[in-house]
Ligand binder design. Structure first.
Ligand SMILES: *Cc1c(COP(=O)(O)O)cnc(C)c1O
Length: 393
């Protein structure tokens, strides 16, 4: 067995705790606190000398199990769970940065991450410079003496740009930067940024890791020393993941590989359908040969993921008309669900941006994002085809 197949098996079989009932399915530990045997045990537990759970804001067996599984899949030394993906992103930055530090980030980042960089961190004198990921030669000139973190998502949302992780991993090392990758769109099944030089990998577990649209969650994984700082920040500020959500997510990981393969099978067929449809312009899917970074995608990803972006004719109006014709697929703002979700960024997540700002992040007014689900592909295509054919702009 190679390492990846061993890790897939371990992710299914890992069970860190068992009660005296010897249950087969992993137990759920819904408890706020844990009992001490005596005063010495209590002292040692608070001093973190004995690896004991004390209080579920700090640690809980279900959270530890989720971390253990994801560490195996990502090839990470350590990890810590959070109530949401944004909790993981905010806490990681807040733990690792000091006032006056500087962040270098790819321009296309998740909306709330953009708000952190532009509205929240400046309050603490932390500035962010965006770089154009299609022009990495210009990166050198953007590094300042106080630059501490290099941050990217790949594939990006919703433009599906692929960013060269190996190149950036080397760049970060040579400039002594902490390299953080939001790996939410790929999951560790399709891409393992730590192998390419990432120091920290972040997930919104809300998306494909749960994969069924039920719970929110986040995780940061990576270097032991950095995760320790992130843990201490989280333990004292409180963005902890509930044990129930950790238990759900831990069970979800057991089906990650099989779900992702079906998501990718469906997405490949739908991307080919879009590529050949007369009403569709500019289909973007990382594993479509027409994708501008197809070779890079093939190099750093196992498959193309479940997100497709495409352009309908007629701009904002065309996009809205298409959305209004959809019958089966869901119109909602989540992604990575078992149900196919259609969204129109220009009239939802990115509606507050000006047309010019949207252009800069590669989001045109007619852009549609599809999070391809696990329904039968014929039914997904039938719904989308009838919606495209009823658009008249
Ligand atoms: C959804 C998402 C987040 C935020 O995660 P939440 O769980 O909603 O807080 C961060 N990054 C990416 C790429 C996402 O898609």
């Amino acid at each position: 067995m190679n390492k990846q197949s061993k890790n897939e098996t371990a992710a299914i079989r890992t069970q860190l705790a068992k009660s005296s009932y010897l249950e087969h399915s992993n137990p759920l530990y819904l408890t706020s606190s844990f009992v001490f045997e005596d005063a010495e045990d209590m002292r040692a537990s608070f001093a973190e000398e004995n690896n004991r759970n004390v209080y579920s804001r700090f640690s809980n067996p279900n959270n530890a199990e989720l971390v253990d599984k994801l560490c195996q899949l990502e090839g990470a030394e350590a990890g810590h769970t959070f109530a949401t993906g944004m909790g993981a992103i905010f806490s990681s930055f807040a733990a690792l940065l000091n006032s006056g530090d500087h962040v270098l980030s790819a321009r296309a980042v998740f909306g709330s991450t953009h708000t952190l960089f532009t509205k929240i961190f400046p309050k603490w004198n932390i500035e962010t410079t965006y770089f154009d990921a299609s022009d990495l030669d210009s990166l050198d000139a953007l590094v300042l003496p106080q630059t501490k973190i290099l941050y990217v998502e790949s594939p990006t949302n919703p433009g599906l740009q692929i960013i060269d992780l190996e190149l950036l991993g080397k760049f970060a090392k040579s400039h002594n930067l902490i390299f953080i990758v939001d790996n939410c769109f790929a999951t560790p099944y399709l891409q393992q940024p730590i192998q390419h030089g990432a120091d920290i990998v972040i997930h919104s577990a809300t998306k494909l890791i749960d994969g069924q649209g039920r719970v929110l969650g986040g995780i940061a994984l990576g270097r032991n020393d950095l995760i320790r700082e992130i843990y201490v920040f989280s333990r004292n500020t409180g963005p902890s993941l509930s044990p129930f959500n950790a238990w759900i997510l831990s069970k979800s990981i057991e089906t990650l590989a099989v779900r992702l393969d079906k998501h990718c099978d469906n997405a490949e067929q739908l991307a080919t359908f879009f590529d050949n449809h007369p009403k569709v312009k500019d289909t973007r899917y990382p594993f479509l040969p027409s994708h501008p970074q197809y070779d890079l995608a093939k190099k750093q990803m196992k498959r193309g993921g479940n997100i497709i972006a495409f352009e309908v004719e007629g701009g904002l109006k065309g996009g809205q008309q298409f959305i209004n014709q959809i019958q089966m697929c869901s119109i909602t703002s989540n992604l990575g669900d078992s149900r196919t979700i259609i969204s129109h960024p220009a009239s939802s997540t990115h509606s507050k941006l000006s047309v010019e700002e949207r252009r800069i992040v590669n989001i045109s007014d007619g852009l549609i994002r599809v999070s391809v689900g696990l329904e039968h592909i014929d039914d997904i295509i039938e719904d989308i085809d009838q919606a495209l054919n009823s658009c008249h702009v």
